[in-house]
Design a binder for this molecule. Structure first.
Ligand code: SF4
Ligand code: SF4
Length: 492
């Protein structure tokens, strides 16, 4: 063995392997089951049995009083135009107006001719407009090249489009609110006279119900104003608004993507498998809460939110934010997708946890190295101050250009950063040990050992390779599962 890519020397590696071996033996003796990783149950989180007591990560030792994100200024709410998908939606409507009388806007007209708030946003972020233009060009190029890939990715595409089908149009579920929260959140609320024995009872029941609907992880947070979006409210439209009084708590639910497809990102993955599940689970939870007498509104992907969910999920004790800015949970790693239901049901909130993600991400940087768009920060620490909090930074415009570049007929996109993240591993025995030992190791040696093994034993391709030719080779992080390979089922 010579030096690996990171100049990691053989002597150090063996020393650390020895240490890791010690931890592994200890952890193994403590009872980690080899069979766990082979069980389909390990694909999802906890709460599978009737009383939800088979959670396989004990958060209690890591519960902290304050979340691990760092407040450094005066926080403010995110405006809808700062949200990539809302902003791009506005731009699409200007470029391709639905109303035949409207004259389309074009890039040649320049930023000065854009309506507010787009004009102010792009004046302050000139790189964002050029990146959006590039993403449009890449999307056009990709659509004209799609015929080269449509047979190869036929099954992956059909699978993704099937998942996407309940998300759009009139028949979508949950139905989009058609009124303000003060009206729509109360529509269908039953007149129930019973009161809960305690907030703890209410929280336990609502978690049990969410698990029964299919959620993998459930946490409860008190709503902080700064996590509520600004400038757009479903059912009302573009408007500034106060946080509705009855939005006291957010019940946050998480599910993973199908694991084998996740590992085969970008071209065999989709966001819609997790998105469509979340819509059903959160939508059903909204109905259940109304049935027992409380107002509720579900906030669901891809864009039907009035909350910025990762920090709410951190407050709810589900996990911490990684360098790629996605939530990392002990059970699912970065393979964690989120939805929430807001309500004034009397709940007992959970506490945040600290499992050392910031320290691990400071050393790791795999997602930044593997990102085709150079969108993920290489900073050593979460240094960027965004709306009053220090955090890792992602250039979402560059990310969106990659989403528009990869081989797909629809918005299947990238997700390579989720796939390559060392935390995104199935619940097998070695990963069970890793996540139990690393957060308890104050020396940081165990995480250094884990990282060295990760980089040694997993194959990383480098960002560019995930793009289609001529920029890359349509590479995937892992080989695609057989059931998504068109050539295994069709003559092509
Ligand atoms: S989804 Fe892809 S392009 Fe976007 S940040 Fe992650 S790796 Fe980069
Ligand atoms: S890949 Fe590494 S740096 Fe990126 S989020 Fe995961 S652990 Fe952190």
């Amino acid at each position: 063995m010579t030096e690996n890519n990171n100049g990691f020397k053989r002597r150090n590696f063996i020393k650390i392997l020895g240490l890791a071996g010690g931890f592994v033996t200890l952890g193994g003796a403590a009872g980690a089951g080899l069979a766990t990783g082979k069980n389909k149950d390990s694909y999802t989180g906890f709460g599978r049995t009737e009383y939800g007591e088979d959670q396989f990560f004990n958060r209690n030792p890591f519960v902290v009083d304050k979340p691990t994100y760092e407040k450094v200024g005066t926080p403010r709410r995110i405006s809808y135009v700062e949200n990539l998908f809302k902003r791009n939606g506005e731009m699409y409507r200007l470029l391709y107006p639905r109303n035949k009388e409207d004259v389309p806007w074009s890039f040649e007209q320049g930023v000065e001719t854009l309506p507010e708030p787009l004009k102010s946003f792009y004046t302050e972020h000139p790189g964002a407009l050029s990146e959006f233009k590039k993403s449009m060009e890449k999307g056009k190029e990709q659509r004209s090249n799609w015929h080269q890939y449509e047979n190869k990715f036929l099954l992956a595409d059909a699978w993704s489009n099937a998942h996407a089908s309940p998300l759009h149009g009139k028949g979508s579920f949950p139905h989009a609110p058609e009124e303000s929260p003060e009206i729509s959140d109360f529509q269908g609320v039953k007149d129930v006279k019973l009161t809960f024995k305690s907030n703890r009872h209410a929280s336990d029941l609502i978690k049990k119900i969410a698990y029964s609907f299919g959620a993998s992880l459930v946490g409860i947070a008190r709503i902080k104003e700064e996590w509520v979006n600004q400038g757009y409210m479903r059912g009302v439209g573009k408007t500034d608004f106060e946080v509705p009084e009855h939005w006291k708590y957010a019940i946050v639910i998480a599910v993973p993507h199908e694991w084998d497809s996740l590992y085969a990102n970008p071209t065999y993955g989709t966001s819609y498998d997790a998105y469509s599940k979340l819509r059903f689970f959160a939508g059903k939870l909204e109905v259940f809460i109304k049935e027992i007498g409380y107002p509720a509104r579900s906030h669901v992907p891809p864009t039907s939110y009035e909350l910025t969910l990762p920090p709410v999920a951190i407050d709810a004790g589900l996990g911490e934010q990684g360098r790629h800015t996605v939530l990392i949970t002990p059970e699912l790693g970065a393979n964690t997708r989120l939805a929430a239901v807001t309500t004034n049901m009397p709940l007992e909130p959970d506490k945040p946890i600290d499992i050392g993600i910031n320290d691990f991400c400071s050393k790791c940087k795999i997602c930044a190295e593997e990102c085709s768009g150079g969108a993920i920060s290489f900073d050593n620490k979460p240094e960027k101050v965004i709306r009053g909090y220090k955090r890792w930074h992602i250039d979402e415009d560059k990310c969106f250009t990659v989403w528009n570049s990869v081989a797909t007929s629809h918005a299947r996109g990238c997700r390579v950063c989720l796939a390559v993240c060392p935390y995104s591993r199935k619940n097998n025995w070695i990963h069970n040990i890793a996540r139990e030992v690393d957060p308890r190791d104050p020396s940081g040696l165990f995480s250094t050992a884990l990282l060295a093994m990760q980089k040694k034993f997993f194959k990383y391709h480098g960002g560019q390779e995930y793009l289609p030719p001529p920029d890359g080779t349509n590479e995937t992080f892992n080989d695609a599962p057989g059931w998504l390979k068109t050539e295994e089922w069709f003559d092509i």
